[in-house]
Each structure stands twice: as C-alpha cells, then as structure tokens.
Design a protein around this ligand. Structure first.
Ligand code: SF4
Length: 450
C-alpha cells in the first residue's frame, strides 16, 4: 500500500535563509544593486503616516512596482499574489519570509491616491537615470526620439461619436483627469480636430487609425534615448497625435538639459519631427544637429517643376528658375507667419518656353520658403552624408526599445486609465527598461571564496 509522504511545513522553514535561496544570477539580484531609494526616503517620509489605513510602506510599493514592470506583471491583484509567493520577489521587496504583502485593494488605493500626486515615479526614474550617468552609460552626444502607440483601457465598441461629446452623467477619475488636461498642448490642446469617437471610460485616449488596421483608443509613449547604450533619458505620455509627440520631444530635450545638464550634439528622428518649425527650433534655438528626415510635401505630382528644381542663392536671397530667371521676395511673411514668397516677374514668365511645365495656370511662378528653410537644408545635407546613414541605423534602437516594451514587458495595452495612469505606466516601464539595461551592461562582481 502506498503511504503518504509526511511533510511538516512548519519545520520546513526552520532556519531558512532567503538570502541563500535567491540565485546569484537572478535578474532581481543584479537589478537590486541599482535601486537606490535612500535619497528618496526623506521625500517618502511624508507618506509613511498619511497613506490611510492600513498604510503601505512607500518603499515597499516602489519595489513591488519595479518587480511588476520588470516582469510584465501589471495586474495589481496578481502582483500582490506573486510577491507573496515568490521568494526572489520577497527578497527584493525586503519582506523576509513572513513580511505581510498588502492586499491588492489597499495597494491600488494607495497607488492612485496621494502617492501619485507626489510625482514620485518620476523621481524614481530620474534616480535610476542618475545611476546610468554615474556608470558612464550615457554618452550625451547623440539622442534619438520616437513615439509609440499604446492601446488604452477603453473598449472601442463603447466609443461615442466625437461630435456628440461626453454624456453629462459621465463621471469618474478618468473624466476629471481629461478635463484637467484640456488646455495642455500634449493632450486636449494638441489639435482642434474633433476625434471621430470618444471613450466615456477614458476620454483623454485618442481614437486613432494610425496603424492602418482597425482604429482604437490609444495614448503615445514618447522616448528620448541616448544612442550609445539605448538608455532612456526621458519619457513622456501624450495623446496619440503627431503635434503632441513633437511637443513632447521638445519638453523632453529641455527637461534633460535642465535636470541633467545633457546637451546633445545631434538629434535623430523620423519625419514626424522633420517639420520646418521643429528643425528651426533644434538648429537655431539649441544648436543641435538635425539628423532628422525632413517632412517635405513640396514635390509636385502633375509634372510641373517642384521647388527642388529651383536653386536658392543664399548670398542674394533669391531663387533661380530652370529657365534662368530670378525669383525675389519682398520679405513679407505669409500663411502661418513663417513663410516668405519668392516671385518671378510676369515679364519673364510670359515669354518663357518652359511656362507649360512651370506655371501653366498662373501668370508667374511663385515659390514659398519657410524662415526655417536653412535648418531644413542642413537636415537634407546631413541625410545625404555617411553620418546621416549611420543615424538612420541608430534610430532603430528606439524602435527596439518599443518592441521590448510591448513583447517582453507586455505593455501593449494600458491597465490604468486617464493621462495620469498613462504617465505612471510609461514612467515605470521606462524605469524597468533602464534597470534591466544596467543589469545587463554591468556584470555582477564575482565573489571570491575565502
Ligand atoms: S515660367 Fe517663369 S519661373 Fe518658370 S521657368 Fe519660365 S521664367 Fe522661370
């Protein structure tokens, strides 16, 4: 007869050392070296007694969140369960074997309450970045910028027509946050275009069909990275629209200069950042080399001469047309106040043999030129050089970080709603990515046997 195996659980943990049971090669062991919450403790002190009842140690909450975002566990319920059961997670969270793990509802309440208002997650992100700087992982020479759409926690079937607006009875935290960012250029003020659909569950999420398939509600996560080791030097949440992403790029560059004294020599980006205004901002205001694809719609498709067929002469500030005539400007700014028009004389065009290929429907040809055109020309020159080719390759490092974010950290859909929820999730994910990078690039010291 088969007997029962006798296992006494109480005795099993007798003299059990958690420290000895976490493998030396475990990712959390490596990451733990770079989690420095000492400097934050003074700021955290205010939260120890005011986080409600039962209160959660804010340091425990940060450590649990780091575990969650490093291992793609974003459900608060599951995170609490995993930390309770997993020895390595317990060790990392300084819980010992019998430390109490908060229940998920208390965890959630604390996380979304005063803890969020403290902007502590940004401080945690910056503390990790500071460590990357100290370890010499940030070159500070070349930065790359890009944005990626992340699905919001908003059911596309429940979207209501944007023209109709939100129903008056709609309430909740996400609605309050939406109203709070209506004038923010990264959210409500990014465009005056009314979206086709609005989500009553998370109205700040933008209805977008940018991926070409089925449209969905989304936010954008914006990364500014140092290309040397693909360290994320800043992250920003915005609504999923290009204007907001460009604004985020400017905010991130300026914030990095201000907080970390990092002045990049060049910025790498795709054509989303290649408007004349953005390139002018980079070159003239900050002296940053624009390794950015120029956003240019001046090419004509009807067979008539495009602007590229005209040669600009900077010395005389005139254009030369293919027929050899000169186009001059009065210097008056038109359209958006950032464009000058260069006109050929009627006399030249009337008798020109090329008129049917140049301006068949107008008496004379005119060429618009942005006041930032010099910056655009610089970007075009760079794009043709070998440095430009190298930059296009290096730009893929941001895309790889987004792929890692979605596939490994499983952040392809947000769990939290509202702009603050998106901000929290993106900050935590970027912090986790930098910590994993630190762990990968700086090997654990080998302990010698005595
Ligand atoms: S039509 Fe006028 S602008 Fe055009 S090629 Fe002839 S002269 Fe030059």
């Amino acid at each position: 007869m088969m007997g029962h195996r006798q296992v006494d659980q109480a005795a099993f943990f007798y003299e059990f050392s958690l420290e000895k049971h976490v493998p030396t090669e475990h990712l959390l062991r490596s990451i733990d070296r770079f989690v420095e919450l000492g400097a934050l403790r003074r700021e955290l002190a205010a939260f120890y007694s005011t986080l409600g009842r039962p209160s959660i140690d804010p340091e425990l909450m940060i450590r649990m969140l780091i575990v969650g975002y490093c291992f793609g566990i974003r459900s608060e319920r599951r995170l609490c369960e995993e930390v309770h059961l997993n020895l390595a997670y317990r060790w990392f969270c300084r819980l010992g074997l019998d430390g109490c793990v908060p229940d998920h509802s208390t965890f959630s309440k604390n996380r979304h309450g005063r803890f969020r208002q403290s902007d502590l997650l940004r401080r945690v992100f910056e503390t990790v970045l500071q460590r990357c700087l100290r370890e010499g992982l940030v070159g500070g020479e070349g930065f790359a910028v890009d944005a990626s759409l992340i699905k919001a926690d908003a059911n596309r079937q429940n979207g209501i027509e944007g023209e109709k607006g939100l129903p008056p009875e709609a309430t909740g935290r996400a609605i309050e946050e939406y109203l709070a960012v209506l004038d923010d250029a990264a959210f409500g003020a990014a465009t005056e275009v009314t979206p086709k659909f609005v989500s009553p569950a998370d109205p700040a999420a933008r209805w977008t069909g940018a991926h070409g398939g089925q449209a969905f509600f989304a936010y954008s996560t914006n990364y500014l990275i140092d290309v040397e080791n693909a360290i994320i030097v800043d992250v920003e949440a915005t609504t999923a629209i290009r204007q907001a992403e460009v604004l985020a790029a400017k905010r991130m560059i300026e914030r990095t200069m201000e907080r970390f004294d990092l002045y990049p020599a060049r910025l790498l980006g795709d054509s989303a950042y290649g408007s004349a205004e953005m390139l002018g901002w980079l070159v003239y205001e900050h002296g940053i080399e624009p390794h950015v694809t120029v956003f240019d719609k001046s090419a004509r498709k009807d067979g008539t001469f495009s602007r590229d067929d005209f040669t600009y002469d900077p010395a005389g500030d005139v254009y030369r047309c293919p027929g050899g005539a000169m186009l001059t400007t009065t210097g008056t700014l038109v359209n958006d106040g950032a464009t000058m028009l260069y006109r050929a004389s009627k006399h030249d065009c009337e008798g020109c043999a090329l008129k049917h290929r140049c301006c068949p429907k107008e008496p004379a040809r005119k060429i618009p030129r942005s006041i930032h055109e010099g910056a655009r020309d610089r970007a075009r020159q760079i794009a043709k050089s070998w440095q430009g080719q190298t930059s296009r390759r290096l730009r893929k490092k941001v895309e790889m970080l987004f792929a890692h974010l979605k596939r490994i950290l499983k952040l392809d859909r947000l769990r939290l709603r509202g702009p603050n929820g998106a901000r929290d999730e993106f900050l935590l994910a970027a912090t986790a990515q930098n910590l994993r990078k630190l762990a990968k690039l700086i090997p654990m010291p080998i302990l010698r046997q005595a």
